[in-house]
Design a protein around this ligand. Sequence first.
Ligand SMILES: [Zn+2]
Length: 264
Amino acid sequence: MTCAERVRDPLGSMPIDEMQTRPSLPVSNPQALAGARRAERLLPTTKRLVANAIVQLAKDYDLYTTALARNRVNAATARVEAVRRIKPDVDSRDNASVLLRDPRVIDFGTIFLAGLRSDEGMVSVLAHELTHIASGQPDSLRLLFRAIARRAAARTGLRIQGQRAEELGCDLVGVMAARAFIKQTASWEPPPRRLARAFEHNCVDDDASDEDHLSPRNTIRALFALDVSLASEEVSDGGTGASSIGPQLPLTRPIMLTASTRSP
Ligand SMILES: [Zn+2]
């Protein structure tokens, strides 16, 4: 449903495999410029949302119970607070990245800046990068990433170890930040459409994984498996054309919320 929504949404994000096929964009490209401005504008809000999400997750995963654990989390959120700048970068193309020796700057490929057409998509990706910075050189969030990965692996059967755990943890903070952003900002748009934007860059056709990352579509699956309430918000009846999941369904029928019920 998330990826079907992407196709209908004029502000849907471009999937990263499609980004990869595009020629590099100069920093002065209008869409890249618009993306850079969007990222700059959303950075202060996203920093706050990331700090909140990390504390929330630490509590949810019982990693906020001792003074040592709380210190780790507080050091992590302080690093997020210190981030100052988004640096548009032609050669980073469809990637965003942070150098832990210069943790105040997020390098953001111009193709990526141009391909995220919504505030929700941007908050999600910015929050991902900020979470790498939060963990930082001391690896302050290592235990949290591991706990998240263990739960996701148990629920999906996917193998999620090492760097994969960190990437998934960063993605989870990303969608939590986007969800909080949606709750805080008024809009006429249906919340499920807005929430879908937090995932849509992963709606690839070429679903390749590597040692450090789950495949993009498995990332979406793992995120929904980690937070089932996210999935229920995504399929809630505020969406465009979602009336087919309304109360007219006989109660005995299992409600199968597949893309086919909503595709054009
Ligand atoms: Zn990452």
